[in-house]
Design a protein around this ligand. Sequence first.
Ligand code: MG
Length: 295
Amino acid sequence: MQCSLAGMASLAIAQLGLSSCTASKEKKIEVPDLKISFQEGIPPGESLNEKLDFMESLGVVGFEPGGRGLAGRVNEIQQALKNRNISVSAICAGFGGFILAEDPAVKEEFDTTMREIVAAAGELGSTGVIMVPAFNSQQPCLPHTLDTRKYLCEQLHELGEYAVKCGTTVILEPLNRGECFYMRLVGDAAAIARDSQSEGVKCMGDFWHMQEETSDYGAFWSAGTKYLQHVHIASRGRRLMPGEDGEKDDYRNGFRALKEMGYNKFISLECGTKGERKDTVTAAVELMKAQWQEA
Ligand code: MG
């Protein structure tokens, strides 16, 4: 059988890089829409409503608020999102203490504040609450041993099960060796999520921190849709708006993995800007849309 041109034009097939002859036998994955999200500080605007208006004008469909004080903001956020095509994507941290703290009082502070945020995240329909188990700078910290990893997975299991009850998840964010030496690859975070044995423990990738990965494509696939719950994006030289670092800001290899995986969650901007915010943010959204098409 000849491969027909019409067959080759099929979008999903073309983007999977398969010929139409073989694709008919493969499991077809629908190419997902690009769902762009903004952290609260990204859009210009004085009030939350002004920010959301701006986001809507660009077709941004996700909103990522910080976790600090979230329980007291549930109603405000629900009201602001009413009748808009924007939903809460993820919640960015905001808890006190940290999960690997040696001091029981600091661990207790984490447990209490994190659970408050997780409950609020569930009310808001968030995909999850982003967390780092311990930054290098957070001391005193449990030693980096096998026992500590086992303890981390046990603690995350409990937290994950709580998150499931709240209708949400906890999302491990890998960083880089300068910030969190033991969890710096998407695959590291995915493996910890797997070993936590809870549907409520997931991971994410941040194009900024992913500078330590050997492949953006491989990194996202190492988590797969089973674990990959969120993505952060920034320019790749100075952590500004995508596009502000010119040719460095090529996300197509990672986007290709996300498309092939059928990733249907959000890609959220977490970055600063050196330019006029309304212009650099608009350009960033245009760049992401174009590269998503090209990937
Ligand atoms: Mg991030």
